[in-house]
Design a protein around this ligand. Structure first.
Ligand code: ADP
Ligand code: ASP
Ligand code: MG
Length: 412
C-alpha cells in the first residue's frame, strides 16, 4: 500500500473543529488508497505556555524535565486526532515518540533523530489500521528519557517518518498555502512559490523563515523525500502548495528567491582585546562551551596590538555570553576593556541560487537599505545568501524594501 505522511502544525489543530477539519483531509487520502502517518503538533500557543511554566518554576531548569513538560502538548493532539478519525470510521491509533520508539541523541531540547524502527507501526498497518497518528517534536534518548527536537521540530518528525517508511510524499499542512518569497504576514506583496530548491529552503529556514524547521529540510534533501507545504484551511489537491525539490527541477529562477528575517538577535562587542594568535579561539571556545550560538563575527583592524571583536547571537543568550566572557577574563584567558551588548537588532537576509552567477546582488541590497535610511551594522555572505544586522525597528521596512528591490512580487 502506498504511504503518505501528513503533518499538521499548531494552528491546524488549534481546537476540536480544526482537528476535525484535519481528520477529514486524512480520511480523504485513506479513501484514495493511502496508508497514512499523521504527525501532529501541540495546539497553537500550547508549547509556549509549557515553556513559560518551566521557566517560571526553574530559571536554570534541568533540560530533561523541560523536555518532559514541553513534549506533552503533542500527546494531547495525537490522542484527539486518533479519536476523531475513529469517530469517522477510520481505523487509527496514536503513538507517542517513546512508543515507536523514535530514538534520538541525549541533547535535550535540541535532540537529533538517530533511528525510527518500523516494526511496531508496520505490524498495525498489516493488521488493518489505516492511520498511525504520531506525536511530533518528541523522542527518547539512549538513557530512556523523553527528548524534544527543538522548536518547530514536528516538521522534522514528519520528514524523518517519510524517509523511514518510504513515503510517496511528506505533506506539511500549515496556516499559509505554501512557501512565499517572504513571510506573507510582513509583506502583503509576497508571492507564493510553486517550487523552491532544497538549498534555498535550507538557507531561508536557517535564516529565520519558520515555515519549515531547518533540520527537516536537511533530512528531506539527504533522504530524497518529496516535501510539500500546503494549507490546512483550503481545499487542496495534488498540485497545491509549494514543492521543495532539486534545483534542476525548477524552470524559472529569479536571482534572489526570498527574503528571511530573524527578529531576536543581539550584537556584542568585546572592546580592545589583544590582537594575537589564538585570541579568536580564546573568545569563541568559552562561548561555545557555554552553549552560545554565535552567528556572525567581525574583527576590526588592529591598533597598537589591540582590536575589537564583534559577534551576534540570539538575544536570549546574551546573559550566558556575558557570563562566559567575564569568567574567561577572571581566569586570565582573555583581557578586554569592555563588553557592549546591543539587544535591539534583527537580521535580514536575501537568498538565491542565482547569486552564484550574478554579480551586484550585494550592491543592490545595500543601496536599497540606504535609500530607506537603514544603517547596516554587520554583514555576512555565503555563496547563495547575504545577511545584514540592522536596528530591529527597521526590520519590516527592510524586508519590504528588499522584496521590492529584487522584484520578488513578479515571477522570473
Ligand atoms: P505550524 O504551526 O503549522 O508549524 P509555523 O508558524 O511554524 O506553522 O510556520 C508557518 C508560518 O511561517 C506562517 O504563518 C508564516 O507567518 C511564517 N513564514 C515565515 N516565512 C515564510 C515564508 N517565506 N513563506 C511562508 N510562511 C512563512
Ligand atoms: N509544538 C512544538 C513547537 O511549538 C513543535 C512544533 O510545533 O513543530 O515548537
Ligand atoms: Mg512550525
Amino acid at each position: 500500500m502506498p504511504l503518505l505522511v501528513m503533518k499538521f502544525g499548531g494552528t491546524s489543530v488549534g481546537d476540536l473543529a480544526r482537528i476535525r477539519n484535519a481528520a477529514e483531509k486524512v480520511k480523504r487520502e485513506v479513501e484514495r488508497g493511502f496508508d497514512v502517518i499523521v504527525v501532529v503538533s501541540a495546539m497553537s500557543g500550547k508549547t509556549n505556555e509549557l515553556v513559560g511554566w518551566v521557566e517560571q518554576t526553574s530559571p536554570l531548569f534541568d533540560a530533561r524535565e523541560y523536555d518532559a513538560v514541553v513534549s506533552s502538548g503533542e500527546n494531547v493532539t495525537a490522542g484527539l486526532m486518533a479519536l476523531m478519525l475513529q469517530e469517522m470510521d477510520v481505523p487509527a491509533r496514536s503513538w507517542q515518540g517513546w512508543q515507536v520508539p523514535l530514538k534520538t541523541t541525549s541533547a535535550h531540547s535540541a535532540a537529533r533523530i538517530e533511528d525510527i524502527p518500523r516494526a511496531n507501526i508496520d505490524q498495525k498497518f498489516a493488521e488493518g489500521m489505516k492511520v498511525a497518528v504520531v506525536a511530533g517534536f518528541q523522542g527518547i534518548s539512549p538513557e530512556g528519557r523523553i527528548t524534544t527536537l527543538g522548536r518547530g521540530g514536528s516538521d522534522t518528525t514528519a520528514v524523518a517518518f517519510a524517509a523511514a517508511f518510504d513515503a510517496v510524499r511528506c505533506d506539511i499542512y500549515t496556516d499559509v498555502d505554501g512557501v512565499y518569497t517572504t513571510d506573507p504576514r510582513i509583506e502583503g506583496k509576497a508571492r507564493k512559490l510553486d517550487r523552491i530548491a532544497f538549498e534555498e529552503m535550507l538557507e531561508l529556514a536557517s535564516l529565520g523563515a519558520k515555515v519549515l524547521q531547518t533540520r527537516s529540510v536537511e533530512l528531506a534533501m539527504r533522504y530524497k523525500v518529496k516535501l510539500r507545504v500546503l494549507s490546512s484551511f483550503e481545499e487542496t489537491d495534488e498540485n497545491s502548495g509549494t514543492l521543495v525539490c532539486d534545483e534542476e527541477d525548477i524552470v524559472e529562477q529569479n536571482v534572489v528567491s526570498g527574503v528571511a528575517y530573524s527578529r531576536d538577535e543581539a550584537k556584542m562587542t568585546l572592546i580592545s582585546v589583544a590582537d594575537r594568535p589564538g585570541i579568536a579561539a580564546a573568545i569563541f571556545g568559552p562561548l561555545a562551551k557555554a552553549g552560545v550560538n554565535v552567528d556572525m563575527i567581525v574583527q576590526n583592524i588592529s591598533e597598537e596590538g589591540r582590536t575589537d571583536m564583534t559577534f551576534s547571537c540570539p538575544v536570549n543568550q546574551v546573559p550566558r555570553a556575558e557570563d562566559a566572557m567575564e569568567k574567561a577574563r577572571a581566569s586570565g584567558e582573555i583581557n578586554f576593556h569592555g563588553l557592549v551588548a546591543d539587544t535591539d537588532v534583527a537580521k535580514v537576509s536575501v537568498v538565491g541560487i542565482g547569486m552564484r552567477s550574478h554579480a551586484g546582488v550585494a550592491a543592490r541590497m545595500f543601496e536599497s537599505l540606504a535609500a530607506e535610511g537603514i544603517n547596516i551594522k554587520v554583514i555576512a555572505t555565503s555563496e547563495i545568501k547575504i545577511s545584514v544586522l540592522i536596528d530591529r525597528k527597521y526590520m519590516e521596512l527592510a524586508v519590504q524594501a528588499l522584496h521590492d528591490a529584487f522584484g520578488l512580487d513578479k515571477a522570473a
